[in-house]
Design a protein around this ligand. Structure first.
Ligand code: ZN
Length: 363
């Protein structure tokens, strides 16, 4: 039997190989660190980028948590290593939390970078990588309040519409509900039905940010603001007698349920949401200035919301508008359109003494 000779040349070659591997490995770590910190967010957040899938191959998507730590989305792994994204509250948080298959929406999209970034220590990450194990992505805390969300979801019932609740002095979005909705747990299976041409329910539309509605009486806030701007000294002298039906030539404006509000000053007219008072008050306004005030409160303008798709609200009344258009617009009817999100921003700004805080969902 021949004994293997120690071969100094072979040993040197092995040592060289180890150096090369270590160098490559350090290079990889350096690149990963650079990529994650310097370029990662841009690249990962672009949901059309192919890099996204390569990250998902190495990282188990992190959890999405409510403000109190309640789990709103998590990835579960079965014995065969199959991953399933689970949404314990089903459709209650559908549009707020979004989905992560079939593209990404809601917080799944907003927080994509964090969910696919691991803060497990680098050595453990490297070991996991070499043994083919995935690393755990970071968990993200949101501003959502589960009880408030559930209450809003219940209150909306089977109606189509949207609810948003925001903290005026911080901009935290506490609840965001849009109906009809969908079950994010079965989004892949339901996809064809949800997106079929015959489906006119719009379950995938987040009406909070993308639904356009006539503002109705909530617009009296803007009309009142304009009236106060034009008459800073004497708006308090406004007087109106409401008998439930305001008549101007051929035009008639009815108060809610035909209620006669009686004698109204500015504050009472606002508190009672008196249609007649606001229609008549609208006729006194400078329509050019009114349009600028509408713009000041972000009609026809971008909203300070990043990362979520939204529609711009529209205020179209211009100087020279006819009497009917002025009467209707002043009380929130006519062609003015607003998103529930924007309406919440206007009221929040007023509740916060005139300062609008940027709305946000990620804590
Ligand atoms: Zn009235």
């Amino acid at each position: 039997m021949k004994k293997a000779d120690p071969n100094p040349k072979a040993n040197r070659n092995i040592l060289k190989l180890v150096y090369v591997i270590v160098a490559l490995f350090l290079g990889l770590i350096a690149y990963m660190a650079y990529f994650l910190q310097a370029r990662g967010e841009d690249v990962i957040n672009n949901s059309y980028n192919a890099r996204l899938d390569s990250f998902a191959d190495r990282i188990i998507r992190g959890k999405i948590l409510a403000a109190d730590g309640t789990v709103l989305a998590e990835t579960q792994i079965d014995g065969d290593g199959n991953e399933t994204r689970v949404y314990p509250y089903g459709s209650v948080f559908d549009h707020a939390v979004g989905y992560s298959t079939k593209g990404k929406t809601g917080i799944e999209s907003l927080a994509n970078f964090y969910l696919l970034t691991s803060h497990v220590n680098l050595m453990e990450q490297a070991l996991n990588q070499m043994s083919g194990e995935k690393n755990l992505g970071d968990n993200v805390y949101t501003t959502l309040d589960p009880q408030l969300q559930q209450a809003a979801w219940d209150a909306l019932g089977d109606r189509r519409g949207a609810v948003i609740a925001m903290e005026p002095d911080t901009g935290k979005i506490l609840a965001m509900v849009s109906k009809p909705g969908y079950d994010p747990n079965t989004i892949a299976a339901d996809w064809e039905t949800l997106t079929s041409e015959e489906n006119d329910q719009g379950q995938l539309l987040n009406r909070v940010t993308q639904g356009m509605y006539p503002p109705g009486s909530t617009f009296k806030i803007v009309t009142a603001l304009e009236y106060m701007r034009e008459r800073p000294e004497d708006y308090k002298n406004f007087q109106f007698d409401c008998n439930g039906l305001y008549v101007n030539g051929d035009y008639q404006i009815r108060c809610y349920h035909g209620n006669a509000h009686g004698h109204q000053d500015f504050t009472l007219a606002f508190a009672n949401s008196c249609n007649g008072a606001f229609a008549s008050l609208g006729l006194e306004l400078d329509l050019g200035r009114f349009a600028r005030t509408a713009q000041d409160v972000l009609f026809n303008s971008p909203l300070p919301l990043s990362g979520l798709p939204y529609k711009q609200s529209s205020f179209a009344m211009k100087p020279g508008a006819g009497t009917w258009e002025i009467l209707q617009t002043s009380m929130g009817q006519g062609v003015t359109q607003i998103t529930p999100l924007h309406n919440a921003l206007i009221t929040a700004a007023i509740a916060n003494g005139g300062t609008l805080m940027r709305p946000y969902l990620l804590d």
